[in-house]
Design a protein around this ligand. Structure first.
Ligand SMILES: NC(=O)c1ccc[n+]([C@@H]2O[C@H](COP(=O)([O-])OP(=O)(O)OC[C@H]3O[C@@H](n4cnc5c(N)ncnc54)[C@H](OP(=O)(O)O)[C@@H]3O)[C@@H](O)[C@H]2O)c1
Length: 309
């Protein structure tokens, strides 16, 4: 083996080892609370900072709302189901001394995306937007050729267009204040090209790359970006029509793979400002590690054998 080959082998092995070590770090290692949870202090005008959460009517988004209300953030809650948002906003206002506003919007619709972007720009320009959480999302089940095109286009808008637009609306105000956090909820699916979930895994990959590149552009600006990559999480995600119709049941998977939405959100908020890619759970970090390093041909062949579609 030539010296150059040996050098590259050693560098590759060291980089893989370092990455594996980082990915497999257990979450029980004690850390000081994230500065974003200490962020929620009143501004000079005596008002609380604001967090805007998309997809706040259920699951991970509702857990973000609960944990941020507890930390002392005023909230803007966005989703389609206004009744759900209103019930959550009322209960959080009663439990915590915060204001929670409801913004009903379909984020597959370009007019509604613009409406939410306008609110974000106003709150950000007023110097109050500390957190933007691009969380709304949904899955479909089936081969791309068999799925209604509109469902895939809607997914692209909810996952990608919305994140792009809302992030751009939030940034000027955050950059001026030199503080703010943006969390883009991706998935462990973003580490794999998943047959049967082609658009889902591709849009989630977009969110990971976008977040990492954006953070590199924003280094030193006081604004932090995170790609949150949950694995299987108990929420309404797998109760929705595509999964119900496909006969999916949570018990089909071992219990240890399931995390609660509260666990996912606690890991995310704790990592914000420290890790650009947050993968809650050691098992999920292992899955991402394999997706990142295993040869594509091997991954695709293995997935073809186990894919349900
Ligand atoms: N659960 C998992 O296993 C898992 C794993 C990895 C990643 N994720 C990601 O986590 C995020 C949250 O999902 P979840 O697990 O909390 O699922 P969930 O319980 O089904 O919640 C999804 C949220 O997104 C909102 N939403 C969906 N389509 C929307 C649209 N067109 N316009 C506005 N809001 C919309 C829903 O609100 P309305 O229906 O009221 O509009 C709901 O509030 C998603 O991005 C998902 O891809 C979930």
């Amino acid at each position: 083996m030539s010296i150059v080959t040996r050098l590259f082998t050693w560098i590759g092995a060291a980089a893989s080892g370092a990455f594996a070590w980082k990915l497999l770090q257990p979450e029980f290692i004690q850390r000081s609370p994230s500065r974003f949870l200490a962020f929620a202090e009143k501004g000079r005008d005596g008002r609380l900072p604001v967090a805007l959460i998309t997809g706040a009517s259920a699951g991970i988004g509702a857990a973000f709302a609960r944990q941020l209300a507890r930390a002392g953030y005023d909230l803007v809650l966005v989703a389609r189901r206004k009744d759900r948002l209103t019930a959550l906003a009322d209960s959080l206002q009663q439990q915590h001394a915060i204001e929670a506003h409801v913004l009903a919007a379909d984020l597959a619709d370009s007019d509604d995306i613009e409406r939410v972007a306008d609110v974000i720009a106003d709150v950000s320009e007023a110097g109050r937007l500390d957190l933007l959480i691009n969380n709304a999302g949904f899955g479909t089940v089936g081969k791309y050729a068999d799925l209604p095109f509109q469902s895939q286009l809607d997914m692209l808008h909810v996952h990608v267009t919305t994140t792009m637009r809302l992030t751009q609306a939030a940034l000027p105000g955050m950059l001026r204040r030199r503080r703010g956090g943006i969390i883009n909820v991706a998935s462990t699916a973003g580490w794999y090209p998943l047959a049967g979930n082609a658009t889902y895994s591709a849009t989630k990959r977009y969110l990971i790359n976008f977040s990492e590149a954006l953070q590199a552009e924003l280094d030193g600006s006081g604004v932090c970006v995170q790609a949150l990559c949950p694995g299987f999480t108990c929420s309404e995600f797998h109760d929705r029509e595509p999964y119900r119709v496909s006969g999916f049941r949570r018990e089909q998977l071992p219990a240890f793979v399931w995390q609660t939405a509260e666990e996912v959100v606690a890991a995310s908020l704790n990592a914000l400002g420290r890790e650009v890619v947050c993968i809650p759970g050691v098992h999920n970090r292992f899955i991402a590690l394999v997706g990142n390093f295993a040869p594509r041909a091997l991954v695709n062949a293995a997935w073809r054998r186990i894919s349900p579609v």
